[in-house]
Each structure stands twice: as C-alpha cells, then as structure tokens.
Design a protein around this ligand. Structure first.
Ligand SMILES: [Mg+2]
Length: 229
C-alpha cells in the first residue's frame, strides 16, 4: 500500500513544455514547436543524456549544440536570445505556472486519501510550492524537496534515499510520479521506490530497462489509479 507520494513539478503538474514552446516562437525562422523539438530530442536526449550529462543544466552549451544539429553557423545574438527565453520560461514555472487540468484534482485526491505528499523537483521548490498554495488556498505538500536542499541531483539515487529518510517512509510504500525517466524513474527505482512514468505525449517506452517505470500513465488520474490511490 502506498503511503507517500513524491510528485515531480515541471511537465507533471506544470505545463513547462507548452509554455516554453510559446516562448520560443519568433526566436528563429523555425516555429517554437520545431525549435523545441530539436532542442529536446536531438540535443538534450540524443547528445546531453548520452555524452554530456555533466552539462545537463548548461543552457548555453545546449544552444551551441542546437546550431550544430540544425546545420547552421553559431550566432551569439540568437543564442543569447534563445537562452533568455528558456530562462524566462523557467521563471514563469515558479511565479506564474500553467497547471495541467488534472494536476490540482490529483493533489486533492492524494491528500483526501490521507497520504504524505511531497514536492520532488530540481530547483525553485519552495517558490513553486508557495505559488501553488496561493493559487489553490491549500497547502498540499507535507515536504518540499529540491536538489539544493538534499544536496544531490534528481538523477542520483541519493536524492531519493534522503527523501525517504526525511519522510520516514518505506521505499515499497512510496511512489515517485514524473514525466522524465532519467530523473523521476531510474534513481527512484534504484532506491526501491515504486514508480509511475507520466507519459502525456505518448512517447515510446525508454530502451534502457533501468529507466522503465513500474507503471505508465497518460495523465495523473491514471497514475493514481495504477497506484491504487
Ligand atoms: Mg518533470
């Protein structure tokens, strides 16, 4: 039985991709959707995740690779503009988020089931939790975890081991729900936690068995059903 839920934020509760795509419109002759698609799949997944994991959060480095995969000469002015648009999109995630329609009902359902609910995100966790509390008039999270607070990246098993220690929960009674296999699924599974991959866009299941979740769900309602919540 699940007693504790670790809930990711960007791409899980807040529509970061949608906001970023709109933000990237007009940055180049490509649409925001086309530019983001190249960034996410050809740069972030194909190059950063396989060869440059140490540059995971380096937006300028992503930009340099973006010009390469697009077969275009590097242009510093355009690169700086793209980076500024990504930064603005990240800022909006904390201050003016666009919650998915199923996000708040899912958080309500977890609380009404009497479970311990934790925000499990990379950075800006406290601000994200505060903004949500202001938007809903309710404090959903019993714990707010971030990389700076725990001292580990979310891609590391230790992030989840320490979260378990903080909540006092057993791994097999704890679930991690999130949209990114590399940070929400793999390290949580290594810590013995139950996992649900939120696959809102119907992407193929990851090839790496370590990144495959115990359950896969198209939205948060399905995710909670899969966990028996
Ligand atoms: Mg996410």
């Amino acid at each position: 039985m699940i007693t504790t839920v670790l809930m990711d934020y960007d791409g899980t509760l807040h529509d970061l991709e949608g906001v970023t795509i709109r933000m990237l419109d007009g940055a180049t002759d490509l649409t925001g959707e086309q530019l983001y698609h190249n960034w996410k799949y050809r740069v972030h997944r194909d190059l950063i995740h396989t060869r440059h994991l140490d540059r995971h959060d380096d937006t300028h480095f992503h930009c340099q690779l973006l010009f390469k995969v697009l077969g275009r000469p590097y242009n510093k002015e355009t690169a700086d503009d793209i980076c500024a648009r990504f930064e603005e999109s990240t800022r909006l995630a904390r201050t003016a988020p666009t919650y998915f329609p199923d996000a708040i009902p899912a958080l309500d359902r977890i609380k009404e089931a009497g479970l311990t609910l934790c925000l499990s995100t990379g950075t800006g966790a406290e601000e994200k939790a505060e903004t949500l509390a202001r938007a809903t008039g309710r404090r959903h999270f019993d714990h707010v975890f971030s990389e700076p607070k725990l001292g580990y990246l979310k891609t590391e098993k230790e992030y989840y081991t320490l979260a378990l220690r903080e909540t006092g929960s057993q791994p097999n009674e704890t679930a991690s729900i999130g949209d990114t296999p590399l940070s929400d699924i793999r390290p949580a599974k290594l810590a013995g936690i139950q996992t649900v991959w939120l696959n809102r866009r119907g992407e193929p299941t990851p090839a790496d068995p370590e990144q495959r979740a115990h359950h896969e769900a198209a939205d948060l309602k399905e995710a909670l059903n899969a966990l028996g919540i």
